[in-house]
Design a binder for this molecule. Structure first.
Ligand SMILES: NC(=O)c1ccc[n+]([C@@H]2O[C@H](COP(=O)([O-])OP(=O)(O)OC[C@H]3O[C@@H](n4cnc5c(N)ncnc54)[C@H](OP(=O)(O)O)[C@@H]3O)[C@@H](O)[C@H]2O)c1
Length: 265
């Protein structure tokens, strides 16, 4: 299938590692010029090397845009700089560093504020900054959220409350900007094997005083497929959803979770 990405431009937030880096890699492999963003220029340089090697593209295809999503003032200039460097924008992929696993009773109001700023407010600012360019290109937005925001388990209060706001944000934009040709969708991972899965499992192991290996096994057992997903598997779906080949897909939520979400619809 031709994803019709050749010659397109894409900005991928939180893309120096894991899921974001893999989406940027696949977009580049399909012929897009990508801008990748994260807090660390050093990590972005390493990601560019990975993308160049894995996607078989030249280094000029990958633009680096350092930006800390927890700093609201830094976001608009970074997004505008990315769009200038790319010469426009066809596809925006919003993504984050993730939430801290906490139960409601453990979470302070200050932490709610911090997580709101770095997850939901940052997404709103990224979209505000990118919207004029996406209107000009009739482009797409693809938001990386979390399957746990669809079916909140215990101990992930920030995902259940703050991340889930991205669903409503995406749906509203899909409705309000369909006439501009803009599509907006969410893609939801669960247990995709990245560095974050390792570190988050370590955090929960420490918090709950449970052995790491036991938690990892529980994680696999909770998936009907019985194994973790790979970043490449996840990114293939996200890249398709972002691409013009998915032109009739908008305002929806796509879990990529090995069957973890149990609801029938
Ligand atoms: N993997 C899964 O199964 C899974 C499941 C549910 C939800 N998610 C969510 O999907 C997102 C990506 O997860 P992942 O597994 O790919 O994580 P990852 O491998 O840890 O990658 C996280 C990325 O976020 C960047 N980042 C962290 N804090 C940032 C900040 N304040 N501003 C800008 N960039 C920042 C990191 O780059 P720097 O360190 O260079 O800044 C890195 O590139 C996360 O929000 C995660 O919670 C993942």
């Amino acid at each position: 299938m031709d994803l019709q990405l050749d010659g397109n431009t894409a900005l991928v937030m939180a893309a120096s590692k894991g899921i974001g880096r893999e989406i940027a890699t696949q977009l580049a492999a399909e012929g897009a010029h990508v801008a990748i963003s994260s807090r660390s220029r050093e990590n972005l340089e390493a990601a560019r090397e990975y993308i160049v090697e894995t996607a078989g593209v030249g280094p000029d295809v990958v633009t680096l845009v350092p930006c800390d999503l927890s700093d609201p003032d830094a976001i608009r200039p970074a997004v505008e700089n990315a769009i200038d460097e790319l010469g426009g924008l066809d596809h925006l992929i919003t993504n984050h560093g993730g939430t801290t696993p906490k139960r409601f009773n453990e979470a302070t109001i200050e932490e709610f504020d911090e997580q709101y700023t770095s997850i939901l407010k940052s997404t709103i600012i990224v979209i505000k900054a990118a919207l004029p360019a996406l209107e000009a290109s009739s482009g797409s937005m693809t938001h990386i959220v979390a399957a746990t925001a669809l079916e909140p388990p215990e101990g992930l209060i920030f995902t259940s409350t703050i991340r889930s706001g991205i669903f409503g944000l995406s749906k509203s934009i899909a409705n309000e900007h369909a006439a501009d040709g803009i599509r907006s969708n969410c893609v939801c991972p669960r247990s995709v094997h990245t560095g974050r899965i390792e570190s988050k499992t370590e955090m929960i192991a420490e918090r709950d005083d449970v052995p790491f290996d036991e938690l990892m096994q529980e994680r696999k057992d909770a998936l009907p497929v019985g194994r973790l997903g790979s970043p490449e598997e996840f990114a293939r779906t996200a890249t398709y959803v972002a691409s013009p080949a998915a032109g009739f897909l908008t305002g929806t939520v796509v879990p990529v979770d090995g069957g973890w979400s149990r609801k029938a619809f």
